[in-house]
Design a protein around this ligand. Structure first.
Ligand code: SF4
Length: 247
């Protein structure tokens, strides 16, 4: 029996190789562990590492129903390459219908509150539903992604649901840099999302989310500046709520 506690973290902390760490987690927790990914490069690399560790990982993604066509096509690329099925978690249809009826399809332009409401309904709530079925949530968070993520720990115990059940959130590649990831992907022929290779006049996509809410960035902008561009602030701490600690 694996208890989610500090002892478990101490044991896992001894495993310094991310491939071995991911392998060990899936061997211990089986389907009670899953990789949650929106198919940035870190997510694809984590899946590859799991496969190299001889694991067929449970993988889920949040299908907000507003993703880029390239993202939907990329799900199939990954499924075919690794012979896995990605579970696409969708928002609650009734709540979605009600939100659109009340606020309109493009409510995220109106205010920060409405953007957060949309993100909550399309991402946070569906993610919570998955977390109810997990003991270990593997994420692709990296310290170099933004100022707000620079202090991301590799291991974190979360209190899940009303019962505050402990679950372990793990970011196996938290200390990897973009170059390390790119090198790994190239060397191991990991498929990359086509929009992450897109470039025009120096503009490129640094992170990918919903269509409209995600735009390319110029070389001098913070990495998450392309998200909800109409709310741009001086910092790059723009989050949808998935990785913000619950109050
Ligand atoms: S990123 Fe935009 S469309 Fe997607 S859930 Fe958030 S506000 Fe809604």
């Amino acid at each position: 029996m694996n208890h989610i506690d500090q002892n478990l973290i101490s044991e896992l902390e001894k495993i310094t190789d991310p491939k071995d760490l991911i392998g060990e987690i899936f061997r211990r927790f089986g389907n009670r562990a899953a990789i949650g990914t929106s198919f940035q490069l870190t997510g694809s690399v984590m899946i590859d590492l799991a496969i190299q560790a001889k694991i067929k990982p449970r993988v889920f993604t949040l299908d907000t129903l507003r993703l880029f066509p390239e993202t939907y096509a990329f799900f199939k690329t990954i499924e075919k390459k690794y012979k896995i099925t990605i579970k696409k978690i969708k928002p609650d249809p009734k709540k979605l219908e009600q939100m659109i009826k009340q606020h309109g399809e493009f409510l995220f332009f109106d205010s920060k509150e409405k953007q957060e409401f949309c993100c909550h309904l399309r991402k946070v709530e569906p993610n919570e539903r998955v977390l109810e079925t997990l003991d270990v949530w593997l994420t692709g968070l990296r310290a170099d992604q933004s100022e707000g993520r620079s202090q991301t720990p590799c291991f974190q115990i979360l209190e899940q649901g009303e019962k505050k059940r402990p679950i372990l959130k793990v970011a196996p590649l938290v200390n990897w840099t973009e170059n390390q990831l790119r090198d790994y992907a190239k060397k191991n022929k990991v498929p990359t999302h086509p929009l992450l290779d897109w470039k025009k006049d120096g503009w490129y996509y640094e992170s990918l989310g919903c269509i409209i809410c995600t735009t390319p960035i110029s070389p001098n902008e913070p990495r998450r500046a392309g998200r909800w561009r109409w709310f741009n602030t001086k910092t790059d701490d723009k989050e949808c709520g998935l990785h913000i600690p619950k109050k």
